[in-house]
Design a protein around this ligand. Sequence first.
Ligand SMILES: *Cc1c(COP(=O)(O)O)cnc(C)c1O
Length: 413
Amino acid sequence: MSDKKGFTTTILHSDRLLKPEFGALHQPVHTAVTWGYDDVQGLVNVFQNKAKGYAYSRQGNPTVTALEHKVTQMEEGMATVAFSTGMAAITATILALLKNNDHIIASSYLFGNSRSIMQTFMDIGIDITFVDATDVVNIINARQENTKMVFVETIANPATQVADLPAIGDFCAEGGLIFVIDNTMTSPYLFKPVTVKASLVINSLTKYIGGHGNALGGSVTDTGLFNWKSFGNIAPIIREQIRPEMQGLTQIRKRGLRDGGGTLSPEAAHSISVGAETIALRLDRACSNAMMLAKYLDAHDKVSHVYYPGLEAHPQHGLSTGIFYRYGGLMSFALKDGIDCFSFLNELKLVIKSSNLGDTRTLAIPVAHTIFFELGAERRAEMGIPDSMIRLSVGIEDPEDLLADFEEALKNV
Ligand SMILES: *Cc1c(COP(=O)(O)O)cnc(C)c1O
């Protein structure tokens, strides 16, 4: 089977084609922490990057490798490194590639913990400018002589702003900047960042790829488009030993994963890998449920605003239609003044009051009081987050049941 197959077929047969023992259809869970070699030269060759193999599970494990291969195929990238969480992947990527006084241009609408870790990077001497990434002009204007990287998400959480991805990709490609896209909200099923010239793609595997709220994981995929030969921060030993296209990801694996230690466990890798088999089916259902709820809420007289790129009134609806396969499973809405969002949430019986997103179940959370609480009222106002905003991660329940839960709760508030 060398010819290219469809998205789901490729995932389903990915493990088997790596030929696990006994014709197993899944890559087994390899729990060994270390690997033994009959001839010591074999071990030495692995250490010196002269042969492929495993030495110590912090930086490589066959179960994790099989998942990395699957993510690479989903993203149509060149290679992937997996991590214990999405945040570990982001932290390791930036620490492995950038130095004191290097400059990042980042979206001002980042996931809360990503925004927070950026502050930590600023505290240790990385220069960061936050801009409204829905317009490439803001990115162009923020460029400095020391700019090395542009970091954006696809659809922002919770207010669903969509970054100007094709234009930012062109700008980064022309200027030789590392273009990092956090693809968590769309996943490779809805969007492949390689199509807009991304250099590196981050995924929180915890969300749509694993998909069942039962395992944490993260990844970074190199699309193969960035010219690492011209990147000044590659360590001399990596420059000497590794072919140019793999130098960036090798530095992330060694300095970020091996030295940083945010390793994905083989048990979690296995859960995520099995979850990934059904991502297309799950997301098709979640996206159609989200579209249904967005239209329903948008027309409701107790709702003041719905944030969902699938609605025609969304500021980036046209862009989203052009680049995403569907509009995603995440949406937010605000209730009209005078309606208490806590009372409304407590009236929901099926929808779970919970953090997380990309679960099979529909989850709702009041944004200002939880995930954006630490930012404070002023930053929330700047980011366009009203106090009554509710974020929904729409699941795959039967649409009639979801609709009935919302109808009943809105009637009762
Ligand atoms: C959840 C999330 C992360 C972090 O992923 P974890 O696996 O929870 O660490 C990063 N980026 C985005 C956009 C996310 O939604």
